[in-house]
Write a new protein. Structure first.
Length: 202
């Protein structure tokens, strides 16, 4: 049996993930890709009132801040936000805010936007995309919300829930890319990387 059996892709050129998110790292690593993780050292800029523009700007901001230190590598940046009725939900700053977010999402549909940006500074290359997925929550009781927040899972996730974890119990339906809700739309990201010769099928 070949040593690379079960792995789909290989990196053809140096690839850097400009994100500290363990979910994004796991999604890429699961495909067999080799890459380095260099989180952006800078704070995210203010989110624009128009979610698609704000999240795209944030992903570009992250990728560029790392690309300036890694000019000879391909740098992949991403950012995810949850939008409900015009309100933008990032990561909750405290348990009380997580409770408030989950109460707002209960029994309603919301949109998840993830922006992906690929930069190669030395080659003057920059490309980005924004993917939207609609997620429908079932009705949640106050007891369920309180128990979930006590687990600590909501605290580092946009919208205060993790669809790949315990938060999956709250999700009634997903319309669009599931991995987009996790934090990295794989189909679109892989297409971008393959098109530019950064990765190839094994």
């Amino acid at each position: 049996m070949k040593a690379n059996a079960g792995l789909l892709y290989t990196a053809c050129e140096p690839l850097v993930l400009a994100s500290a998110s363990p979910r994004r790292r796991e999604l890429l690593a699961r495909l067999g890709l080799r890459f380095r993780v260099v989180p952006s050292p800078l704070e995210e800029p203010p989110v624009d009132a128009r979610p698609e523009i704000g999240v795209r700007r944030s992903a570009l901001f992250k990728a560029r801040s790392v690309a300036e230190r890694e000019p000879s590598s391909w740098v992949l940046g991403a950012d995810t936000i949850v939008v409900l009725g015009g309100l933008i939900f990032g990561k909750p700053s405290c348990p009380e805010e997580a409770v408030k977010m989950l109460r707002s999402l209960s029994g309603r549909s919301h949109s998840v936007f993830t922006a992906v940006c690929l930069i190669h500074l030395k080659r003057g290359f920059s490309q980005g995309d924004v993917i939207q997925t609609r997620v429908e929550f079932r009705d949640l009781s106050d007891a369920e919300i309180a128990a979930y927040v006590r687990t600590g899972e909501p605290m580092d996730k946009a919208g205060g829930y993790g669809i790949q974890g315990l938060g999956a119990a709250f999700v009634k339906a997903v319309y669009g890319s599931y991995t987009n809700v996790v934090g990295l739309p794989l189909a679109e990201t892989l297409a971008m990387l393959q098109k530019n010769g950064v990765i190839a099928a094994q």
